[in-house]
Design a protein around this ligand. Structure first.
Ligand code: HPA
Ligand code: ZN
Length: 319
């Protein structure tokens, strides 16, 4: 029986398995530039974040209807439950869909239908995190936030993803200020490919409560000291870091160093359909590669609940 855990860094579009992509392509009459599931899977070799994003955005074209988004989330929740996930805070990228003519209500209502059944069907409580694509303009992010206003009761937080280098958190200061006014919590990807200074900006300008990835914080001692002191969680994604070549191999992953430094690290799957496995597999294989003790594995699971946006009473039941 796998240890209960929360998943806090999971892009729902990154759970699109090749089999489902082909099924949806057929259902919606969308042509895919791959002849077979095997051919598509063979394309999952990446040089960096951008080479992954190119395929990730391309494949999303099969997601058209509410039912497609429901099927996508339902498949993820089924897999997550089998790996011990009890709570999931799920990223989605509305701009990647609205740019293709799929309205935000289709996305949110479709995901919402699966999330509404999740506690009863899978024993997983859920939250949605609306992510802004940082390579688009701040104006586009602000328009997206305003368009989500009818659905705020479904949305826990805002996040920031896509191509990091050259798109610093400071670009989105006003957008995050508006999100706070609307009562939303805040997280941001920072220090995945971008420098430690982006992590500082995410904390000081965007006032985020967690850092997604945060790997490159290790290059800045003063930053590490602050993250430790303020118990700001990092949602670390080991398989992703290897597949996108932020880290050479799992055995070279700094997760153990992060724990030894006292950082509140959690393990997550990021885009599990693309990076070779779901959160339980990330935990098991990383623990084996790094020789993590049972106590360290327990700490990671405990951190995942501490770092979550669950209300205190529910959270404390897991701690
Ligand atoms: N980084 C940035 N953007 C993303 C990622 C990621 O790991 N996954 C999906 N969008
Ligand atoms: Zn991510």
């Amino acid at each position: 029986m796998s240890i209960p855990k929360a998943e806090l860094h999971l892009h729902i579009e990154g759970t699109l398995e090749p089999e489902l992509a082909f099924r949806l392509a057929e259902r919606n009459g969308v042509a895919l530039p791959f002849g077979s599931v095997d051919e598509l899977r063979a394309a999952y070799r990446f040089d960096d974040l951008q080479s992954f994003l190119d395929l990730y955005y391309r494949l999303m074209d099969v997601l058209r209807t509410e039912q497609d988004f429901t099927d996508l989330a339902e498949e993820y929740l089924t897999r997550a439950a089998a790996q011990g996930v009890r709570h999931a805070e799920i990223f989605f990228d509305p701009q990647a869909h609205t740019a293709r003519g799929v309205p935000i209500e289709t996305v949110i209502n479709g995901l919402g239908a699966a999330l509404d059944r999740s506690e009863a069907a899978h024993g997983i409580s859920t939250g949605l995190i609306l992510c802004f694509l940082r390579d688009l303009s701040a104006g586009s992010a602000l328009d997206t936030l305003e368009s989500a206003k009818p659905y705020l009761d479904r949305i826990t937080a805002v996040g920031l993803d896509s191509a990091e280098v050259g798109n610093p958190p400071s670009k989105f200061t006003a957008v995050y200020e508006r999100a706070r006014e609307l009562g939303l919590r805040a997280v941001a990807h920072a220090g995945e490919e971008g420098p430690a200074s982006y992590v500082w900006e995410a904390l000081d300008l965007l006032k985020v409560e967690r850092i997604d990835h945060g790997l490159r914080c290790l290059e800045d001692e003063e930053l590490v000291a602050r993250l430790v002191r303020e118990r700001i969680p990092l949602t670390v994604c080991p398989f992703s870091n290897v597949r996108l070549r932020c880290v050479d191999t799992l055995a070279d992953h700094p997760l153990r160093r992060m724990l030894d430094a006292g950082l509140v690290a959690t393990v997550n799957s990021d885009d599990p359909a693309y990076f070779g496995g779901y959160v339980g597999q990330n935990l098991t294989e990383t623990a084996a590669a790094l020789g993590l003790t049972a106590q360290q594995q327990y700490t990671l699971a405990r951190n995942s609940f501490e770092a979550s946006f669950l209300d205190r009473q529910t959270r404390d039941r897991y701690l």
